[in-house]
Write a protein that binds this ligand. Structure first.
Ligand code: MTE
Ligand code: MO
Length: 387
């Protein structure tokens, strides 16, 4: 049994309604998890995973948020840092952090998921960081809308193919195939339509404190609804282009195949695909027979909202609705739980979760290989032992 004080502390962090409902029903308190650090997937550059089995709240503290860096963290002195805005604009700008902070700001929770999250579950094996389930997190971001900054510079093109390239201060040469043309910065673009959406922000704070170096200090993009690669860190430059940007991170990396008229063509990754992940029980966990056991996790999607999460405890033969916890917050993960009446019969059982969003998109059972090593959102089974 957890210590009473620990229980109270974690109960305070958990959503209230299901807890009260659970008490009323005389059910056990939710499982209590303490934070056990991030998992090092790569030491340098730093790539750190959130141990998804420790999920216990809607907003993760910064020290529990995954880190995905392609290059060494750049050393930036915020005092002489500037954001350049150039390209197809009426008035090229150079903005200091103080100038940016004087524009109207907002704070909102947004879930970021790395496009490679879950890659370790792919067969055949895909190249790239071998993330399990935890290259995802939900934090509160404070900043100005990208649209406000674009308005100040005045976008001078009317082309509907126009884009905004976001460039980071970090750089390096990619020496493995497909090689980069010498040292390059991390840079990604957004179509002008997405760039102008009010939810897309240039953020200087995460969870109420200045960004840490790992998370993009002093300024990063936060692009809700898109995979993490769009949320460029250590921003130094915005370039408005008339035509789609075809940079390395947009074409040779972070791209997938779509079939157009029977022809496979590459497209840049963008929107997050609907997905539910099981946090607990963990793979191989021993679950008591003939009991009520909480299956708990999170689900998220791109531009829609999570409408439903279903759980199967028999390897996908039958499905039952999970309970969605708290209110839906657009662009954020939704916690869910399912109280599993565990069977009398001991043995191995395969748990699965699948989410459906408000646009009727359901997680696929099978992996689509056209997605290459990205957007891993098919149902991932979790085998547990009932004893
Ligand atoms: N400049 C820069 N921005 C970047 C990256 C990077 O390597 N360099 N990684 C991207 C990727 S792939 C992801 S998933 C997110 C991760 O953000 P986090 O490290 O704050 O979790 O940052 C994105 N922004
Ligand atoms: Mo990523």
């Amino acid at each position: 049994m957890p210590h009473r004080r620990d229980f109270l502390r974690s109960a305070a962090a958990l959503p209230a309604l299901p807890l009260l409902a659970r008490r009323a029903a005389g059910q056990p308190p939710p499982d209590v998890v303490s934070f056990s650090g991030l998992i090092v997937r790569e030491a340098e550059p730093r790539n750190l995973e959130f141990p998804f089995t420790t999920l216990d709240r809607f907003v993760l503290p910064t020290e529990r948020f995954y880190v995905r860096n392609h290059f060494a963290v750049p050393k930036i002195d915020p005092a002489d840092w500037k954001l350049k805005v150039e390209g197809a604009v009426e008035k090229p700008l150079e903005l200091t952090l103080d100038e940016l902070k004087k524009l109207p700001s907002a704070t909102r929770p947004v879930t970021l998921e790395c496009a490679g999250n879950g890659r370790v579950f792919l067969t055949p094996k895909a190249s790239g960081v071998a993330w399990q389930l935890g290259a995802v997190g939900n934090a509160e971001w404070t900043g100005v809308s990208l649209a406000a900054v674009l308005d100040r510079a005045g976008v001078s093109t009317k082309a509907d193919t126009a884009e905004v390239v976001l460039e980071g201060a970090d750089q390096g040469a990619i020496t493995a195939d497909p090689k980069s043309p010498g040292p390059i910065h991390f840079a990604r673009s957004l179509p002008i339509r997405k760039a102008r959406q009010p939810e897309v922000m240039l953020a200087w704070a995460m969870n109420g404190a200045d960004l840490t170096p790992d998370h993009g200090s002093p300024l990063r993009a936060v692009v809700p609804g898109w995979y993490g690669m769009a949320s460029v860190k250590w921003l130094t430059r915005l370039v408005v282009t008339e035509r789609p940007f075809r940079g390395w991170w947009q074409t040779l990396h972070y791209s997938y195949f779509v079939r157009e008229g029977g022809l496979p063509v590459l497209r840049s990754l963008s929107e997050i695909q609907v997905k539910a992940s099981i946090a607990r029980p963990a793979l191989g966990e021993v679950v008591p027979a003939k009991s009520t056991h909480r299956v708990f996790g999170a689900a998220w999607t791109g531009e829609g909202e999570i409408a439903r999460v279903e759980v199967s405890t028999d390897g996908g033969t039958t499905w039952a609705d999970a309970t969605l916890i708290d209110k839906s917050v657009k662009y954020c993960w939704r916690l869910w739980e399912y109280l599993w009446k565990t069977p009398d019969r001991r043995g191995k059982y395969t748990l699965m979760a699948r989410a459906t969003d408000s646009r009727g998109r359901t997680q696929p059972a099978q992996r689509n290989p056209d997605l290459r090593g990205y957007a891993i959102h098919h149902v991932i089974p979790v085998e547990v032992e009932v004893r």
